[in-house]
Design a protein around this ligand. Structure first.
Ligand code: ZN
Length: 202
């Protein structure tokens, strides 16, 4: 399986990093080895001094699809959750400055955290509140209605380039409030007030 991630999909986050509003979705990928296994804590790698959390709504693909039309996109995912796209921001800044690919900073082991899956049918996915708490304080809080590109638009765009397969995941971008984690921190994620994710940082 593959993990496709959307960058710069909330105006508030684009501005906080000083980037430009994209004219089409910004895509990058993480390999399956990046998936965080909930049993253990997240260990900050020794090659970075600045790992940021990015809380994002994640959808799970449940049908094979290519060139999926926006109006049919909803048939291709039935579950979603809140995830964290851990990012080594210091490494990413260096790579970006040199015009190099971001993978080392975005696709490393344990960098894709996934919460408990929820059924799409139980929610209106285009209007979902989600929140991330760091040590009990809300650091990210937004709603999917603030996305620049909607989930159906994202599915349409991604599937023009990459065949979507059962089990593939799409991280749909993070709102503002991203920040650094330190050893000893605790992250908790919520969808509509329900806790779906918990990570201890070491
Ligand atoms: Zn992200």
């Amino acid at each position: 399986m593959k993990i496709i991630c959307i960058g710069r999909n909330y105006v508030s986050h684009v501005k906080e990093l000083g980037n430009e509003i994209p004219k089409e979705p910004v895509l990058f990928m993480k390999p399956d080895s990046s998936i965080f296994r909930q049993r253990d804590a997240f260990y900050i790698p020794d090659w970075t001094n600045e790992v940021h959390y990015e809380a994002e709504i994640v959808i799970k693909i449940n049908r094979l699809g290519k060139n999926i039309e926006e109006k049919f996109a909803l048939k291709y995912y039935s579950q979603f959750t809140l995830g964290i796209d851990f990012t080594a921001r210091d490494v990413q800044k260096k790579l970006k400055a040199q015009g190099l690919p971001w993978e080392k900073s975005k696709a490393f082991d344990q960098s894709a955290v996934l919460g408990k899956y929820m059924n799409v049918n139980d929610y209106s996915l285009e209007n979902i509140n989600f929140e991330l708490k760091l040590n009990g304080h809300v650091v990210q809080s937004s709603n999917t209605k603030n996305m620049i590109y909607t989930i159906p638009q994202i599915v349409n765009h991604c599937s023009e380039f990459f065949t979507l397969k059962i089990g593939d995941l799409i991280f749909t971008g993070t709102p503002d409030g991203v920040g650094k984690v330190n050893a000893g921190d605790e992250l908790e994620g919520f969808i509509e007030g329900e806790k779906v994710l918990h990570v201890n940082i070491r």
